[in-house]
Design a protein around this ligand. Structure first.
Ligand SMILES: *[C@@H]1O[C@H](CO)[C@@H](O)[C@H](O)[C@H]1NC(C)=O
Ligand SMILES: *[C@@H]1O[C@H](CO)[C@@H](O)[C@H](O)[C@H]1NC(C)=O
Length: 197
């Protein structure tokens, strides 16, 4: 590819990968008339939170992943779905969401799907992993359309009450609430410390 083509390609990829709102009406678009379009992927590497060796190995694997993808890996993910680059989520050292054991995960834009998948299935060091699409149809994404390498684990899909990921605006509201709460805690601590002095 020459430079111009590469620039154009990069621009198209960027334009396509730019954070977008998921406008998915399950009744209309999850399965009919055609399956919902896949916007991005998540990869989850599962480990046993009560087994020190399993935890350490999982973190080593995470470091190795980050090293091998350092050339394309961006800043840590800031929300589950609306990302425009390959990024890491914080490792969850305990069951969280649909996962019944600990796991670490990455957000994978379409353009990195192949490299990440190839790397992961050959380098997973015995860990089981889930690669699932993000279409906005959370149940389908985590079940019929998901892929496992190694042993598939049971997931608690009953937590998916929404038909689509929370939209960006409501995520921002939640973030703002969390910030306001932490500000209150800071104020409380300052007040408390002053009274003690
Ligand atoms: C989807 O279809 C179900 C069953 O037909 C209906 O109860 C529900 O209200 C519909 N949801 C939307 C968002 O249209
Ligand atoms: C597996 O990991 C090795 C060492 O980090 C790397 O060189 C190789 O390319 C990876 N495999 C795939 C398919 O990416």
């Amino acid at each position: 590819m020459n430079k111009l083509a590469l620039c154009l390609f990069a621009f198209v990829v960027f334009a396509l990968a730019h954070p977008t709102k998921y406008q998915v009406d399950r009744n209309v678009t999850c399965l009919k008339p055609t399956p919902a379009p896949i916007k991005s992927w998540h990869i989850h590497i599962l480990y046993w939170q009560n087994n020190q060796k399993s935890v350490e190995g999982a973190y080593q694997l995470r470091d190795k992943f980050m090293k091998d993808f350092a050339h394309v890996l961006g800043a840590p993910c800031t929300d589950l779905f609306h990302q425009d680059h390959l990024c890491m989520f914080e490792a969850y050292d305990r069951p969280d969401g649909p996962f019944l054991v600990a796991q670490w995960a990455a957000f994978v834009p379409l353009e990195h799907f192949q490299a990440v998948t190839q790397w992961s299935i050959q380098n997973r060091s015995g860990y089981d992993l889930l690669i699932h699409p993000n279409s906005g149809c959370e149940v389908e994404d985590h079940t019929w359309w998901a892929m496992w390498s190694g042993t598939p684990w049971q997931l608690d899909t009953s937590i998916f009450s929404r038909d689509q990921p929370e939209d960006y605006e409501s995520l921002k509201v939640h973030q703002k609430q969390a910030e306001e709460e932490s500000l209150l805690i800071k104020l409380f601590n300052r007040y408390h410390n002053n009274n003690n002095n």
